[in-house]
Write a protein that binds this ligand. Structure first.
Ligand code: NAP
Length: 444
């Protein structure tokens, strides 16, 4: 709940306060407007002057008429009115690519700095938009586009910029983490956990982008841009779905001292970016193993500073708005310090590498089979693994299952993904296999 704002009825922003135009008065936009309104004191660097939302009357909140909220705000349905206004900074919170891309390009071309939380836009066009901002002497900040309120992108931009990072890994999708940690806690079926997430508003009716890894790989490409200074298209990052994960996988994972999380990881090794998104076994006692429900966690690995962790609320109006307002303050402070402002002075050009992208990690593996039981199954599988030079580490088979649908597990010693793939295809085609083998990396 919001606290009662302090008495700031004077709206005594100094003339130097930067004028802010907000486009998108939805979940995050409203929370941003409220924070800016509550902070609208004489010492504020920021002054909210314009709000744009289509058909805005229906979106207005009761508090927009409160004395502490600026009464002189210009409301409009047309973002071009904001582009053509005297605002210094535009906050893009409509989401999606169209017309957000037009808005952001228009703002940067007009020399106006932009703050956005739009992961789709930054994942697809981030490098180009950063170049455009640089060429026009203005700023583009997108700290809320990954992990919502967790300040990992600002940390990559400032606190860790003195390091040379080579690895990033994260739990970047709260929906997947909610579902997996619910299956883990109560051993409920995947379908029940998904329905529960949808009922609680943690998952959309069509949750494919979340479940199948599209959302997380877009975020991983933004992290890689900001932390590893590489240009990588989300489509070039392999994404594996969490849909086949079942309660039995948590039982077998627990026997290995592990649990299961959707992990997004990127390792830069010379001219190759190894990147992957998908369900993975992680030690139950590790930072990843302990992340419950819809929280996000990002770990960074640097050459000098070693490993760092960032944990917190990856979504939600207020946490995300904090990240947006923090970006606004960063931009306003740079403008106040004589930084890029009016298009008069180009920024330092961005140096981005374009590495080859590969998912060919070398790890131990968890293979879970679902078979119609018969003699010789283990011998058949072992023969295929041996033919591909793959070493078995352990075989796990718990008693009590229906022999017509028997789940059991083989773990493998470390090998490359590419070495394992042909063996998986052969094993999944065997006549006793009821489903393709579930194959998960084990991250130690
Ligand atoms: N919500 C979160 O927890 C969260 C977390 C991290 C990042 N983000 C990002 O933050 C951004 C905003 O998310 P949100 O959750 O606030 O979305 P939202 O609740 O759907 O709000 C978007 C607002 O923009 C308006 N809008 C859409 N197209 C418009 C247009 N062409 N002209 C004017 N107004 C337009 C919508 O109006 P209508 O009401 O007419 O649709 C809606 O009010 C997205 O990029 C999202 O990915 C959100």
């Amino acid at each position: 709940m919001h606290k009662t704002p302090p008495d700031q009825t004077s709206h005594a922003n100094p003339a130097s306060a930067r004028r802010v135009g907000l486009v998108g008065f939805g979940t995050v936009g409203r929370a941003v407007a409220r924070i800016l309104g509550e902070r609208n004191g004489a010492d504020s660097l920021l002054r909210l002057t314009h709000i744009c939302n289509r058909n805005f009357e229906r979106k207005k909140q009761p508090w927009v008429t409160e004395p502490w909220f600026p009464g002189d705000i210009v409301w409009t349905e047309d973002f071009h009115a904001i582009l053509n206004s005297d605002v210094d900074i535009i906050v893009e919170l409509i989401g999606g690519l169209t017309p957000a891309e037009e808005l952001v390009r228009g703002a940067l071309n007009a020399g106006k700095s932009v703050v956005t939380a739009n992961k789709q836009l930054i994942a697809r066009h981030g490098p180009d938009l950063l170049q455009l901002a640089s060429a026009n002497g203005c700023q583009l900040e997108f700290g809320a586009s990954v992990a919502g309120g967790v300040p990992v992108l600002p940390a990559l931009r400032t606190g860790l910029s003195g390091d040379r990072l080579h690895g990033l890994a994260g739990i970047l999708n709260g929906t997947c983490n909610y579902i997996l940690s619910r299956i883990e806690t109560d051993r409920i079926p995947f379908s029940e956990a998904l329905e529960e997430a949808q009922a609680r508003g943690y998952a959309e009716a069509d949750a494919s982008e979340d479940l199948d890894g599209g959302d997380a790989r877009a975020k991983l490409s933004i992290l890689a841009l900001a932390g590893l200074h590489v240009r990588v298209s989300p489509g070039d990052i392999r994404a594996r779905t969490i849909r086949p994960i079942d309660a039995v996988d948590f039982d077998y994972a627990a026997e290995l001292g592990c649990t299961i999380r959707q992990i997004s990881r990127a390792d830069l090794k010379e001219a190759t970016l190894f990147a992957d998104v998908g369900p993975s076994l992680v030690p139950a006692s590790s930072p990843f193993g302990r992340v419950q429900r819809n929280l996000n966690l990002v770990l960074t690995s640097g050459e000098y500073g070693g490993d760092m962790a960032f944990l917190g609320a990856g979504a939600g109006g207020d946490p995300t708005a904090v990240a947006v307002v923090s970006d606004l303050m960063f931009v306003a402070e740079r403008l106040a310090a004589g930084g890029p402002s009016t298009g008069s002075r180009p920024n330092r050009p961005l140096q981005l590498a374009s590495p080859r992208v590969s998912c060919d990690f070398e790890t131990p593996w968890y293979l879970r089979f679902l078979v119609k039981d018969q003699p010789g199954i283990i011998a058949s599988l072992a023969a295929i693994l041996s033919a591909h030079q793959l070493n078995i580490d352990a075989v796990l088979q718990n008693p009590g299952f229906d022999k017509n649908a028997l789940p059991f597990v083989i773990t493998l010693e470390p090998c490359r993904d590419a070495q394992l793939h042909p063996a998986l295809q052969e094993m999944s085609a065997l006549p006793f296999a009821l489903k393709p083998c579930l194959c998960l990396p084990i991250l130690r």
